[in-house]
Write a protein that binds this ligand. Structure first.
Ligand SMILES: CSCCC(=O)C(=O)COP(=O)(O)O
Ligand SMILES: [Mg+2]
Length: 228
């Protein structure tokens, strides 16, 4: 039997602060000028926001909406797409880098060694995820990953249908998928889809995981014991 592991990023693989205190301010500072200058990729983002606002909203309304979404930590796909586009420059210039907890790379390596497949499912765009893992503080980790899902390719993270969709895409029966996240709502949705769920309680995490099993870090999710 080949098990599959699906990992959330923020609060699970990586500290919340690395996203909220570094990536988000970087994007906030550049978001408006990026859209107004019609930098690459922005027409699709603007169309995506207009689809929400209804038809012919002006650019001022689009920018204001994106800033409101950003400030409210909304997970809407057009905003997350724009984040990825803005961050790309920072990663390529070496201003930004991915941050992962130190227990993560050894776990990824062990799963890879055993043939356990591993996917990432984050609200961050697939582009942002690839940048994050390719330029991490533990080196290029992409070789340990089988692929990525975001809210465009997977769907909203609190919707059980998203987990069913991802399960079909990775070709793994629900009972064989292990999902690790710091979010109770995400774990509930994954469980509804039949996945086995594991809450990850990193330092500062106050989530009530309810009946979901909880671990402090990936050393407690022993690949040797649980992911054959
Ligand atoms: C490094 S990818 C960007 C992270 C991000 O934008 C985000 O919203 C994190 O969401 P997650 O689903 O990983 O909690
Ligand atoms: Mg999270």
């Amino acid at each position: 039997m080949t098990l599959a592991v699906v990992l959330d990023i923020e609060g699970t693989v990586s500290p919340l602060s690395a996203v909220h205190d570094v990536l988000f301010p970087y994007a906030r500072e550049r978001l408006e000028s990026w859209v107004r200058q019609e930098r690459p990729g922005t027409p699709d983002v603007v169309d995506g926001v207009r689809a929400t606002l209804g038809g012919h909203a002006g650019l001022d309304d689009v920018v204001r909406t994106l800033l409101e979404w950003h400030d409210g930590n909304a997970k809407h796909s057009p905003l997350k797409t724009l984040h990825g586009l803005v961050w790309e420059r920072g990663f390529l210039d070496g201003e930004l880098s991915g941050v992962v907890y130190p227990d993560v790379p050894p776990a990824l390596a062990e799963w890879r060694r055993r043939g356990t497949r591993c996917w990432i499912y984050s609200s961050g765009s697939v582009l942002a995820q690839r940048l994050w893992f390719s330029r991490s503080d533990h080196g290029d980790l992409r070789g340990y990953l089988d692929g990525h899902f975001d809210t465009l390719t997977g769907g909203p993270k609190r919707d059980p249908l998203s987990y069913q969709r991802i399960g079909r895409a990775i070709g793994t029966p629900a009972r064989d998928v292990r999902f690790l996240s710091d979010s109770r709502a995400e774990l509930d949705a994954a469980r509804t889809a039949g996945w086995e769920t594991i809450g990850v309680r990193r330092p500062g995490c106050t989530t009530d995981f309810g009946t979901h099993r909880a671990i402090a870090d990936f050393t407690e999710f022993g690949p040797a014991r649980e992911v054959a």
